[in-house]
Design a protein around this ligand. Structure first.
Ligand code: SF4
Ligand code: SF4
Length: 338
């Protein structure tokens, strides 16, 4: 059965497939404490039904195995293929083009159909599911949870998307790989907001990926300067990981940089109305945060990196009816005015 599952994963374009036994997640108690400490910020969905999240058998009665899948999304070192700062702003690599959920969900549906034909009942998830996916990926030996809390793969480094299939089929499990961070602490030191408060512990409320994407309100002033030129997400703790030395560009063209996005200067984004925003970011993960939150981020980045040439666009934005945009634009104007 294991051979069938792994060949199916390869045929469907996944870069790795490992199997874990369905059992209580090793990080369950730590996860509950993390929630109790409020480290999940506004992500209330994470606190719903923690018992389900900590044990796949609570999600799928009769679940025997967790099929852990990884897809390489590495689109290269910079959107233009050269100097990483050429665009004048940074977007987390997974969001340089199409939303990975769409691509992976279609493949998981095919996987599910093939396993149903073998008599299995499945639940398939791509990172929004109720499963502590990195624990099962580690148990299956797909990789290990690095000190950054991200799953690290020996060959793909940090640039992988995880998916999992809970199944009632009994698939022999793989052996874990163990932790290969060693004495390295590069991710902990590189974090611009000290969000990795200890190895393997992330306070989402300080994390720029959370603040620029999940967080709906104003960016707290104490973190605005640390955002630098980032307008969606943050790759800092991934970029510094030495395990990325083997990373190869993804075969999936849907993950390579979309030229229409990176052709814009930072201040050009301020001219987007709702329809223009939806057009530019069609099928992109960025569309999820909608125009106001995106322009909020753009204003902060302009406040950090802009020049007097950006002031007219920022002053117009400061007059926007949406208070989220107006306040961040006014903050940027105050930073740039002589
Ligand atoms: S994503 Fe950025 S802000 Fe968040 S933990 Fe990593 S380096 Fe820190
Ligand atoms: S940067 Fe170092 S400590 Fe952090 S995840 Fe990578 S190997 Fe581990």
């Amino acid at each position: 059965m294991q051979g069938t599952v792994k060949s199916l994963a390869t045929r469907l374009g996944f870069d790795e497939c490992r199997i874990a036994r369905a059992m209580a997640a090793s990080h369950g108690p730590g996860f509950r404490q993390w929630l109790a400490d409020g480290c999940h910020g506004d992500m209330a969905w994470l606190a719903r039904n923690p018992e389900r999240r900590c044990d796949p058998r609570e999600v799928l009665p009769g679940c025997h195995s967790v099929i852990c899948l990884a897809l390489n999304y590495y689109p290269g070192s910079s959107p233009g293929g050269g100097d990483a700062a050429a665009a004048g702003y940074r977007i987390a690599r997974y969001a340089w083009n199409d939303d990975y959920h769409d691509l992976m969900v279609n493949r998981l549906a095919e996987f599910d159909a093939a396993l149903r034909a073998c008599g299995g009942v499945q639940r398939c998830y791509v990172d929004t599911g109720p499963v502590l996916e990195r624990d099962f990926a580690s148990a299956a030996g797909l990789g290990w949870n690095g000190k950054s809390t991200m799953q690290i793969h020996r060959r793909l480094g940090t640039w992988l998307l995880l998916a999992e299939i809970l199944t009632t089929l009994e698939v022999p499990p793989d052996a874990p790989l163990g932790d290969h961070c060693g004495t390295c602490t590069r991710c902990v030191s590189a974090c611009p907001t000290r969000a990795i408060t200890a190895p393997h512990h992330l306070d989402a409320r300080r994390c720029l990926a959370y603040l620029t994407i999940e967080h709906q309100g104003p960016i707290p002033e104490e973190f605005r300067a640390a955002m630098g030129d980032r307008i969606y997400g943050c790759d800092e703790c991934l970029e510094v990981c030495p395990w990325n030395r083997f990373a190869q560009e993804s075969r999936e063209l849907a993950f390579h940089a979309r030229p229409a996005i990176f052709a814009n200067r930072l201040r050009d984004f301020l001219a987007l109305d709702d329809a223009g925003f939806r057009r530019l970011f069609a099928r992109s993960p960025i569309q999820r945060i909608k125009r106001a939150r995106f322009l909020r981020n753009v204003c902060v980045a302009l406040g950090n990196t802009g020049t007097s040439d950006d002031l007219p666009a920022l002053r117009r934005a400061a007059g926007e009816p949406d208070p989220l945009i107006a306040e961040h634009a006014a903050w940027a104007v105050a930073r740039l005015e002589p």
